[in-house]
Design a protein around this ligand. Structure first.
Ligand SMILES: CC(C)(COP(=O)(O)OP(=O)(O)OC[C@H]1O[C@@H](n2cnc3c(N)ncnc32)[C@H](O)[C@@H]1OP(=O)(O)O)[C@@H](O)C(=O)NCCC(=O)NCCS
Length: 145
């Protein structure tokens, strides 16, 4: 699949929220249960704005054929001692799964180098084999179980 990976912009707030709601329904591997995602489009837009202004944060979206089907975000801390590492969250709609996750991760790794970050972190359930395979391919190393 030909997938365009790009930074999220203000206009992505509504489709990104829709995508996150879909992922909440589709997967128990995401953090929130469906009724726990209470943020409004305005709140998502304001979060996107804050993240795009922070040098150690980003949200990238995957957009084959003009539709958001996946996203990855990296969140570095606000203080000098937690500026690095950035925490990573990724989700791809089930219907689009298959290569999109790898494309998002490749985009994130490129961004990481440009942002001068040396370390990304994430946690993953041991039985989430697909995600673990994706992370290993992107260069993540298991540090604990
Ligand atoms: C995990 C997720 C981001 C992967 O996206 P994706 O588009 O399927 O990713 P890719 O196809 O690029 O890579 C997945 C890899 O796992 C492999 N894979 C697929 N199903 C697998 C399975 N059941 N067991 C092991 N590996 C599997 C794929 O072959 C691929 O590896 P390869 O590139 O070496 O062939 C996506 O499935 C998702 O959002 N899942 C639900 C939410 C989630 O789990 N988020 C992560 C929480 S930590």
């Amino acid at each position: 699949m030909d997938v365009r990976i790009r930074p999220a912009v203000h206009a992505d707030a509504a489709p990104l929220l829709d995508l996150k709601r879909l992922l909440d329904q589709e997967s128990r591997f995401m953090l929130l249960e469906p009724d726990e995602r209470t943020a409004s489009v305005e709140e998502v837009a304001s979060e996107l704005h804050a993240m795009s202004a922070a040098p150690n944060c980003t949200v990238l979206v995957a957009e084959p054929a003009g539709k958001l089907v996946g996203y990855v975000e990296a969140n570095g801390g606000r203080f000098r001692r937690n500026r690095v590492p950035a925490d990573v969250v990724i989700g791809v709609a089930a219907a689009a799964s298959g290569g999109v996750g790898s494309a998002l991760m490749a985009g994130l790794v490129r961004w990481t180098g440009g942002a001068g970050l040396r370390r990304l972190e994430l946690t993953v359930m041991t039985h989430n084999r697909r995600a673990r395979r994706l992370y290993k391919g992107a260069g993540f190393v298991e540090e604990g179980r």
